[in-house]
Design a protein. Sequence first.
Length: 314
Amino acid sequence: MIRRRRSPISRPAMAPTAAASSARIRWRWAYVLSSIVAVLALLASLAGLLADGVYGDVASTAQMLRGYDLVTLVLILPALVLSQLSASRGSDRAQLVWVGMLAYLSYNYAYYVFGVPFSDLFLLHAAVFSSSLFALVLTVSALDAEGIAAGFSPRTPRRIVGAVLGLLAAALGGIWVYASIRFITTRELPVGSALVESDAVVQLGLALDLTVLVPAYALAAVLLWRRVASGYVLATVLLIAGTLHQVSYMVALLFQSTAGVPGAVAFDPFEPVIAAFYLAATVAMMVAAGPRQQHNAPGRSADAQRHTEQAALP
C-alpha cells in the first residue's frame, strides 16, 4: 500500500502556536522570578539599613552599601514592580525599564556577594544576586527585540547615543587598562573613584567594569550605530542601569561623608558631567521608544503586534 507523504509545508502551521506558548511560559516564569527578586531585595535593603554591623568592620564599605540599600529601597524596587505591572499590559517602555532594573540589581549585588567579608546577610545577598541574574537572563530571552526596535521613532538619535556609549566604553576601559599597566611597572594598586574603597572593592569594580560594562557598552554602540534591533534594546537597558548606578554612587558619597569616614567627600566634581551623559542618552532612548499600548498602530510590524500577545500575562 502506497502511503501519501504529508507535505512539509503543512507542518509549520503549528509553529506560531508553539512559539507563542513557549513565549508565554518564559514570560510567566520571568514574572514569578522577578517578583521573588523584589521580595528578597526588599528584605536585604531593609536589613542593611536597619541592622547594625551587618557589613563588617570596614566603615567605608558599610556606608557605601547602606547608600546602595537606600537607592534600592526608594528607587529600584518601586520601578521594578511598576514596570512589571506595565509590561504585563504590553508596554515596550516598561519592559525596557524592567530589564534595566534587573541589570542594575545583578551588577550591584555582586559587590555585596564578592566585595565584602562574610556576614550575617551573605545568604540573603547571594539569593538576591542569583535570582536577579537568572531573572535577567529569562526576561531578556522572552523579549521580542525586533518588535521593540520597530517601535522606536525613525528620528531616534542612535548615532549620538551610540557615540556616547562608545565614549563611555573607551573612557572606562582606558582608565582601568592604564591603571593595570601602571601596576605592572610601579606596583601601585589602582585607585578607585572618589568613594573611599578597600582594595577588594576596587579590584572587584575593575573586574566587573572590564569584563561586563566596557564590552557591553562597546557592543551596544556598534549595534545601535548599525541599526541592529538588539542594539536598541541593549543600549536602552544599559543606559537605564548606568544612570541608576550614578545615583547610587552619589548617595554612597553622602553616606560616607555624613558618617565621618576618613577621607570621604560629599561631592565628586566629575560626576555631574558623567551623570549628564547617562541621563541625556537615557531620556533620548526612552522618548524615542514606542509609546504605551500602541502595538497595533498602523505601520507596526507583525512581530511587534504579536509581541503584545506574548508579553501579556496569560
